[in-house]
Design a protein around this ligand. Structure first.
Ligand code: SF4
Length: 120
């Protein structure tokens, strides 16, 4: 008679250093990146999207956020508003007649921050 072992894992059962599950790029262990992912600042949003671009969970994260209809924040590399991907986000205040795009460097990579952020 064969005996089958059943392992029922609960979230949080993982041992430190458990390599089986990818670690979200936004999880620095301190919660310190939360403000970045829920900021209204276009530079913060660009930095959050860049972090997501390095995350192994990106697709699943976006799908889950859309299914939950997340009201705001950057999820899976996209800025969400009221459960939908926000394609265009303008800076606060009255827009100038013409504003050039700016380039910021994040982790050694040039990231163009246009007057509005557009999703890729
Ligand atoms: S894709 Fe999701 S889990 Fe990964 S860094 Fe972005 S918000 Fe975090």
């Amino acid at each position: 008679m064969a005996i089958e072992a059943v392992v029922d894992e609960e979230p949080g059962d993982e041992e430190p250093g458990d390599e089986r599950r990818p670690v979200p790029a936004c999880n620095d262990g301190t919660g310190g990146l939360t403000e970045l992912f829920f900021s209204e600042d276009l530079y913060d949003i660009a930095r959050a999207k860049h972090l997501c671009s390095t995350c192994a969970l990106r697709r699943a994260c976006l799908d889950a956020a859309l299914a939950r209809r997340e009201p705001c924040g950057v999820w899976g590399g996209e800025l969400l508003s009221k459960g939908r991907v926000l394609v265009l986000k303008r800076r606060r205040g009255r827009p100038p007649k013409q504003r050039p795009a700016e380039v910021i460097v994040i982790d050694g990579v040039d990231v163009v921050v246009s007057p509005e952020i557009r999703s890729a």
